[in-house]
Write a protein of this length. Structure first.
Length: 475
């Protein structure tokens, strides 16, 4: 699995660098040709196109190096990867385009009002422009496909550049054609069409730059894609068990998204359940942003439907403790709680009692309806106890079976095991009861049996009864 991923990543880098390298080679050839023919004809439109192509060449070189760096994996110093290099590359391209516009506009104004330049349209000029348009079409198509496949902003910027180059070259062709018509039919005002064509090219560049600037600035400032936050909130809020979506933050670095989502879950949820919910939230986010790096934070929160039992368990869970055998009694309108709590057997009585006092105080504060609490402290084993092999006592087992027969709900008794651990006798057994018997009744019967077993055999230190349904009573 890892090998295929590395292989895929290597293939992606190779394809991106290949298409970027081809773009650089084409840009060198086209820029050199435009400079030569523009200088020969004196066409500002063609010279402005040469300047535009020259900056495109610089941009193509920057893109070539940026795609090589951006796909490097995250390291200790760049924990979110190197994807921002692509965004920064696109930002530099925007600046270069604006520099081009300033020069083109100033030169066009100078030629229109202060210094008239005679232009001689030639077949070489038209041929250069048409060749440039064909090459730009090929470049923009190749770059666009690769950018779409790998969601590369740097390659997308290059593709956008070369698409607009086609239109700007077309404008220059029109400008040169109008100049030629002006010469041929002696129409003076058509002879200044070339500077106007150059201004049109500048307009196209400004339009493209503004779009690219918004994209790159948004990426560098970690702006979330428009509307994505609302989509994530709706998707995550629909997951059963999610009480609320408190925060969603999305940022982009190169072709990868990073999302942070904070969700509220029931405060009684176990750590394992919280982890399962986090996986569900991650899947929901990645349905909207495939392959996104998602960080989930879960917050415990009380629900409006919590019972007194839920609230008592929530306070214990806050201390990473679990209470059991919780019993709530209504005595003349006052609630009295009895509960069992297991604590580390290595604690002293004073340490255990101090902890229980704090816990009970928090429970009374959390549940004001409680008038009093009584906690039975039990020791939670922290060591593995050595024991003897199972004991055999046929008379005791017969006595136990007679006791079980007194309970009509108990269908059978099996797997009776006696063990001696630290000079204490432990008894474990399995009993079968009807499938549809309520859990409360099952607990009452088990407790009664435990009491009767110890009465019949006072040497028993601990009794563990495993209850099973009739349809599955051998596990």
């Amino acid at each position: 699995m890892a090998t295929s991923y590395i292989s895929g990543a290597g293939s992606m880098r190779a394809e991106k660098r290949s298409v970027a390298r081809n773009s650089v080679i084409a840009a060198i050839a086209i820029t050199a040709l435009k400079i030569f023919v523009g200088a020969a004809t004196g066409s500002l439109g063609l010279i402005s196109e040469a300047a535009h192509s020259g900056l495109d060449l610089i941009a193509a070189v920057i893109t070539f190096f940026s795609v090589g760096v951006s796909d490097k994996p995250a390291d200790a110093d760049h924990q979110y990867g190197h994807g921002k290099v692509e965004n920064f590359s696109a930002f530099i391209e925007t600046g270069l385009l604006l520099v081009t516009c300033v020069w083109i506009v100033s030169e066009a104004v100078r030629r229109l009002f202060f210094h008239h330049v005679v232009i001689e349209p030639t077949l070489a000029a038209f041929g250069t422009l048409f060749l440039s348009m064909a090459v730009d079409f090929w470049r923009s198509r190749a770059l666009g496909k690769t950018a779409l496949r790998y969601d590369s902003q740097a390659l997308e910027a290059d593709a956008l550049h070369f698409t607009t180059d086609i239109w700007s070259s077309g404008v220059v062709v029109i400008g040169l054609a109008l100049v030629w018509l002006g010469h041929k039919f002696s129409i003076p005002w058509l002879r200044v069409a070339d500077p106007f064509a150059a201004l049109a090219v500048a307009g196209v560049i400004i339009y493209v730059s503004s779009r690219l600037a918004r994209q790159t600035v948004d990426a560098l400032l970690d702006a979330a894609p428009r509307g994505i936050r609302g989509q994530i909130v709706r998707e995550v809020a629909g997951i059963p068990g999610v009480l609320d979506v408190d925060r969603v933050r999305v940022r982009r670095a190169g072709n990868r998204y990073f999302a942070e989502v904070q969700v509220a879950l029931s405060r009684n949820a176990t750590l394992q359940h919280s982890d399962t919910m986090a996986s569900s939230v991650t899947d929901a986010v990645q349905r909207l942003l495939p392959a996104a790096d998602v960080t989930i934070r879960t917050l415990p929160r009380a629900t409006g439907t919590e019972s007194i039992f839920d609230r008592i368990h929530a306070v214990a869970a806050r201390h990473n403790m679990g209470v059991h055998d919780v019993n709530v009694q209504d005595l003349n309108g006052k609630l009295h709680v009895e509960q069992h709590l297991e604590l580390d057997e290595r604690l002293s009585l004073k340490e255990a009692h101090d902890f229980v006092s704090v816990l009970e105080a928090e429970m009374r504060s959390e549940v004001p309806e409680i008038n009093s609490i009584l906690t039975h402290i039990e020791s939670d084993s922290a060591t593995i106890e050595p024991g003897d092999a199972a004991l055999k006592d046929a008379s005791l087992e017969a006595k136990l079976r007679r006791i079980v027969a007194e309970f009509p709900e108990v269908i059978d008794l099996h797997e009776v095991v006696l063990k001696r651990v630290r000079d204490r006798i432990y008894l474990s057994c399995h009993i079968t009861m009807p499938d549809d018997l309520s859990l409360a009744r099952v607990h009452d019967i088990s407790t009664a049996l435990e009491i009767r077993f110890k009465q019949a055999a006072p040497d028993l230190f601990k009794v563990l009864i495993h209850t099973e349904p009739l349809t599955d009573n051998r596990r």
